[in-house]
Design a protein around this ligand. Structure first.
Ligand SMILES: Cc1ncc(COP(=O)(O)O)c(C=O)c1O
Length: 284
């Protein structure tokens, strides 16, 4: 069952509970997280919560809910859903107040939904997906998981119109990330991905892939990859909580390698799958 939570009350996810003057609605003035629950266990919960609290702080959102009690809401939501495998989205916003750009003197709003996994067709993970290239038109603070996703949405829609799964964004000739994913190329058995900076989100799945690479003694290089290097890569893949490890076999009209998911991407997919069955938190 899909269930939701809004400021202290558990509701049906279709209930109209968010008021018009809510700042998430009026301004996108808030931050969010998506945590995936595998077999009733939140995957890398602590890492997601670290990022949520960091994002809130970065936009001066006074989100001071004690972490254990916040987790308790998540656990209750999972239990109420009656599902074993689900996506929990959570939004923290600057609360409700008559519309005015200035920060209100209002308590933050907390909303959450728990729904079955957003389905990515399994054959895509098997055969690989296509992507387009798109200029990165976002702001300079993409490390914040902000509710403001307009440039991401517009670019993703362009990808969709072109029959592709994702738009790979580039700034000054270098790849940054996908609209909702991190991007990697593999060249000569080395994984290469954009260094963490203000220009990309520090993906939790990226963290998991880095750990897998380290354990498998696969070089994981943080470097700025240019568009030519993307086209000439042996393999390309993207990662996110929803996509997990997704091979990219074509960018625009150019095939990557032989147009099939490569062996290293397959290996990372296998290891990631294993992690989701064993890991609660990266350090656990
Ligand atoms: C812009 C962007 N980059 C990367 C990611 C991947 O992050 P994660 O692996 O934590 O899901 C996301 C996920 O939503 C995203 O929106």
């Amino acid at each position: 069952m899909s269930v939701a939570y809004f400021n202290g009350t558990f509701v049906d996810s279709n209930d109209p509970v968010v008021p018009i003057d809510e700042r998430g609605h009026q301004f996108g003035d808030g931050v969010y997280e998506l945590i995936r629950i595998y077999n009733s266990k939140p995957f890398m919960l602590e890492e997601h919560l670290d990022r949520l609290y960091m994002s809130a702080k970065a936009i001066a959102l006074p989100f001071d809910q004690e972490r254990e009690s916040f987790k308790e809401i998540i656990f209750q939501l999972i239990e109420r859903s009656g599902l074993d495998n689900l996506d929990v989205y959570m939004q923290i916003t600057r609360g409700m107040a008559p519309r005015n750009h200035l920060f209100p003197d209002a308590p933050v709003s907390i909303s959450m939904t728990a729904k079955p996994f957003r389905s990515i067709p399994p054959e895509l993970r098997e055969k690989g997906a296509k992507a387009i290239l798109h200029p990165d038109e976002r702001w300079m603070n993409c490390y914040i998981k902000s509710l403001n996703l307009l440039p991401n949405i517009l670019a993703k829609q362009e990808a969709h119109k072109a029959g592709c799964l994702e738009a790979i964004l580039h700034r000054d000739g270098k790849l940054t990330e996908g609209t909702s994913t991190n991007v990697y190329v593999i060249k000569d058995s080395r994984i290469q991905t954009t260094p963490l900076s203000r220009h990309i989100l520090a993906g939790i799945t990226r963290m998991a892939v880095q750990k897998i690479a380290m354990e498998a003694a696969i070089p994981f290089e943080e470097k700025h990859v240019d568009i030519e290097e993307l086209y000439e890569a042996d393999e390309v893949f993207i990662t996110s909580t929803t996509n997990e490890v997704m091979p990219i076999v074509q960018v625009g009209d150019k095939l990557i390698g032989d147009g099939q998911p490569g062996p290293m991407t397959r290996l990372l997919q296998r290891h990631f799958q294993e992690l989701t069955t064993t890991t609660v938190s990266a350090d656990a």
